[in-house]
Design a binder for this molecule. Structure first.
Ligand SMILES: [Zn+2]
Length: 125
């Protein structure tokens, strides 16, 4: 059996749900959820509520630690290509394209290119 993880939510143990209530009669406590995996926050939180609780308590400090965005980032023409397909084409005979979100230029794409996650016309990050 794989190791169980604890929810990192700072208030997880304060939510009154039956699955959090543990222990024998006269000695029961609400406890932080423990699971083999979680769906939220990169597998660290049992619920969106717990993720939000954590962010409310630590989010500002985490952003400052890893670097706060202080200037708007720019996505230039060189990197504005995205894959798409003709929404009017039917599934068996789909027309794939690569489209530039700024210039609106559109080029044909093969199905292989569409499905190749490495294929792009973007030149940088
Ligand atoms: Zn939780």
């Amino acid at each position: 059996m794989s190791e169980l993880k604890l929810c990192q939510g700072t208030k997880c143990h304060t939510y009154h749900t039956q699955d959090r209530l543990k222990g024998t009669k006269g000695n029961k406590t609400y406890q932080t959820r423990r699971r083999s995996s979680f769906y939220y926050g990169g597998g660290n939180f049992c619920s969106l509520n717990c993720q939000t609780d954590w962010f409310d308590d630590f989010g500002d400090r985490a952003i400052d630690h890893f670097g706060r965005t202080t200037q708007a980032k720019h996505l230039t023409e060189d990197n504005a290509w995205y894959k798409s397909y003709d929404w009017n084409s039917n599934y068996d005979n789909r027309t794939y394209v690569i489209r530039n979100g700024i210039t609106r230029e559109q080029r044909p794409l093969t199905e292989q290119q569409y499905n190749d996650s490495n294929y792009t016309l973007n030149t940088g990050e």
